[in-house]
Design a protein around this ligand. Structure first.
Ligand code: NAD
Ligand SMILES: O=C(O)C(=O)C[C@@H](O)[C@H](O)[C@H](O)COP(=O)(O)O
Ligand code: ZN
Length: 370
C-alpha cells in the first residue's frame, strides 16, 4: 500500500484524511488551495520545530506561500489556559481571518490546542491537521474533538470543531521517540478491543514490527484506525448516540491516572489509556461480563510492547476513592452517574450505565500498587 484517502462524511463539514508516506515533502501539492492569501500560520512545538517544520516550510515556501510559525513548548502542560490565551493573542497579532486555515503541525497536544483556538478566534476560523505522532495520526487529528485541560480535569474546556483536511505522512514517525510511538500504539489496539477482534489479533502479530518502524505495518495500522474512527465520527459526531463514546474505552480510568500524575511525562496519555483498557477489561471480568482469559490476553499484549497494564506499572499508588473522585468529572456523566466502557470480550465493548463509582473504587483498591 503506498497511500490512501479516507473521507470523513459530515455533510458540509466533510473532509479528507490523506495518508501518504513522504507527503510532508509535497505538502504544497496537497494544501496550496487552502492558502489563497499566500500565507500560512503554522502552530507547532519545540521538538517538531526542529524535526519536521523545516520540511513543511520548504514545500510551502517553494510554492510561494509565506510561513509564520508559532512555536510552543512541548508536552501536555501546553494544553492549558495560559498557552491558549498566548496562542490566541499571537494569532490575532498575525491578523488571522475567519476564512484562513491555521496549520496544526505536531502531536495531539498541538492539534487539540490549535483546533480549540481555531474554534474561538473571531468566533471560528478553519484549521488543517498535520499530525506527527502515531497517536495523532491514528486518533486525535480526526473527529474534531479539541480541548485544553483545567484544574478540574482532562479536556474539560473545548469544542467540537472539524479540520478542513488531515494530512498524514507516516515517515514523520521516523524521528519520534520509541516511548511516544508505544503510547500512540495504545490507541491503535483500542480499535481492535472496541469492535474488531481480527484487528486485535493483527496487533498481536504485528505490533512489535510497527514499533520497530516497519513501514507496511505502520501504514496498515494508520489506515485501519483512521477508517474505524471516521466511520464512528460520521455516525455520532458529537457523542450523543453513545457510539462515539466507544472511543473512550480505557479513558475514564486513564484520565484519572493522568490527573494523579499531574498531566506530565510521568505518564503519557497513551500509557494511561493502555493501563485504563487493562483495568476496564479486568473490571469487566470481575463483574462476570468477560472471561479472565480475555482480560489477561489484553494485559499481556500491552505488556509485550512495554505499555503499562494497570496501576502498578503506571506508577499510581492513589487509593480507589481518590481515583473515583477524578472520574466524577467525566464528560460522559449524566444525572450524576458516570457511564463506563466495559467489555463482554475482545472486540465486544459496550457502554454500561449501571456502574457506580463506589464499586469502581472497591475494584481499584483490590488492584496491585507500585
Ligand atoms: N482530540 C482527540 O480526539 C484526541 C485523541 C487522543 C488523544 N488526544 C490528546 O492528545 C494528546 C496526546 O498527544 P500525543 O501523544 O501526540 O502527545 P504530544 O503532542 O505531547 O507529542 C508527544 C511528544 O512527541 C514530540 N513529537 C511530536 N511529533 C514528533 C516527531 N515527528 N518527531 C519527534 N518528536 C515529535 C512532541 O514534541 C512531544 O514531546 C493528549 O492531550 C490527549 O488528550 C486527543
Ligand atoms: O475522539 C473521541 O471521541 C475519543 O474519545 C478519542 C480519545 O482517544 C481522546 O483521548 C479524546 O480526547 C477523549 O475524549 P474526552 O471526551 O474523554 O475528553
Ligand atoms: Zn485518547
Amino acid at each position: 500500500m503506498t497511500g490512501t484517502t479516507i473521507p470523513v462524511a459530515l455533510g458540509e463539514r466533510s473532509y479528507e484524511v490523506r495518508v501518504e508516506p513522504g507527503s510532508l515533502h509535497r505538502a504544497a501539492d496537497h494544501m496550496a488551495a487552502w492558502f489563497p492569501r499566500g500565507r500560512a500560520v503554522i502552530v507547532t512545538d519545540a521538538h517538531v520545530a526542529q524535526t519536521q517544520l523545516p520540511v513543511l516550510t520548504a514545500s510551502l515556501e517553494a510554492a510561494g506561500i509565506a510561513c509564520h510559525p508559532i512555536i510552543l513548548p512541548a508536552g501536555e502542560a501546553t494544553k492549558s489556559w495560559p498557552h491558549l490565551s498566548g496562542l490566541c493573542d499571537e494569532l490575532l497579532r498575525l491578523e488571522v481571518e475567519r476564512s484562513d486555515n491555521i496549520v496544526a503541525l505536531g502531536g495531539g497536544v498541538i492539534g487539540d490546542l490549535t483546533g480549540f483556538a481555531a474554534s474561538i478566534i473571531k468566533r471560528g476560523c478553519h484549521f488543517i491537521q498535520i499530525p506527527t505522532t502515531l497517536l495523532a495520526q491514528v486518533d486525535s487529528s480526526v473527529g474534531g474533538k479539541t480541548a485544553i485541560n483545567t484544574a478540574a480535569g482532562k479536556n474539560l474546556v473545548g469544542a467540537f470543531h472539524q479540520p478542513s483536511l488531515v494530512l498524514i505522512d507516516p515517515d514523520t514517525l521516523d524521528t519520534l521517540p520509541v516511548r511516544e510511538v508505544a503510547a500512540g500504539y495504545a490507541e491503535v489496539v483500542k480499535y481492535g478491543l472496541i469492535d474488531n477482534r481480527a484487528f486485535f489479533e493483527w496487533c498481536e502479530a504485528n505490533g512489535n514490527a510497527l514499533l520497530a518502524g516497519d513501514g507496511a505495518a505502520r501504514l496498515q495500522a494508520i489506515a485501519t484506525s483512521v477508517a474505524a474512527k471516521a466511520a464512528i465520527v460520521a455516525d455520532d459526531e458529537r457523542e450523543t448516540s453513545g457510539r462515539r463514546a466507544l472511543l473512550n474505552l480505557g479513558h475514564t480510568f486513564g484520565h484519572a491516572l493522568e490527573a494523579e500524575t499531574g498531566y506530565s511525562d510521568r505518564l503519557l496519555h497513551g500509557e494511561a489509556v493502555a493501563a485504563g483498557m487493562a483495568l476496564a477489561f479486568r473490571f469487566s471480568a470481575a463483574r462476570g461480563l468477560c472471561s479472565e482469559q480475555d482480560a489477561e490476553r489484553v494485559a499481556a499484549h500491552l505488556r509485550s510492547v512495554g505499555l503499562p497494564d494497570g496501576l502498578a506499572a503506571a506508577g499510581v499508588s492513589a487509593d480507589g476513592a481518590t481515583l473515583a473522585a477524578h472520574m466524577a468529572h467525566d464528560k460522559k456523566a449524566s444525572g450524576g452517574k458516570v457511564p463506563f466502557l466495559l467489555a463482554r470480550g475482545i472486540g465486544e465493548t459496550f457502554l454500561a450505565k449501571d456502574v457506580n463509582l463506589d464499586e469502581v473504587a472497591r475494584f481499584l483498591d483490590g488492584e496491585a500498587r507500585p
